[in-house]
Ligand binder design. Structure first.
Ligand SMILES: [Zn+2]
Length: 161
């Protein structure tokens, strides 16, 4: 009897790599973010990446910042976490205590949505904006609502490719 393989990747690495693959679908030239939601039985519920609402042609979309709010991407793009929640076609009961794997620590708006959907833990890869007010608010939201969060333990071993 052959011994089973023991050097398989962990669930954390598996779901984080799925989130990283999702990020590669993003058309945003500056920031590509992916999210993968996994339930308490290690099943993938949903994935998402940052992108425009489906009715907006992302080929013609102005992918930059602008003084004109109608031409500033930030006013139109749906974040990866929000898309992952919205992409799910099952009942939100399944989100109870699920884990959100995200390639970038969530903004305050996504933090609120993840909490309200029932997510119990957030595992992030990068934490680029950790010193911003928005990140402090997101952490405060998670702390007050009992959602745990931690950086992916082998974050240094993950690469963009
Ligand atoms: Zn967000």
């Amino acid at each position: 009897m052959p011994y089973k393989r023991s050097d398989v990747i962990s669930w954390d690495e598996f779901f984080m790599r799925v989130a990283m693959i999702a990020a590669q679908r993003s058309k945003d030239p500056h920031t590509q973010v992916g999210a993968c939601l996994a339930d308490t039985n290690d099943r993938i519920l949903s994935v998402g990446y940052n992108g425009t609402p489906s009715g907006i042609n992302d080929d013609e979309f102005p992918w930059g910042t602008s003084d004109d709010p109608l031409y500033d991407k930030h006013n139109f793009v749906i974040h990866a976490e929000a898309n992952a929640l919205l992409n799910y076609r099952g009942t939100l009961k399944d989100m109870q205590n699920a884990t959100a794997y995200v390639t970038l620590f969530p903004c305050q708006e996504c933090a609120k949505m993840l909490v309200q959907a029932g997510i119990g833990e957030v595992i992030y890869w990068q934490n680029t904006y950790k010193d911003t007010v928005g990140a402090a608010i997101a952490r405060s939201i998670f702390d007050k609502c009992g959602v745990s969060y931690r950086q992916y333990e082998d974050a240094d071993t993950l690469t963009e490719k």
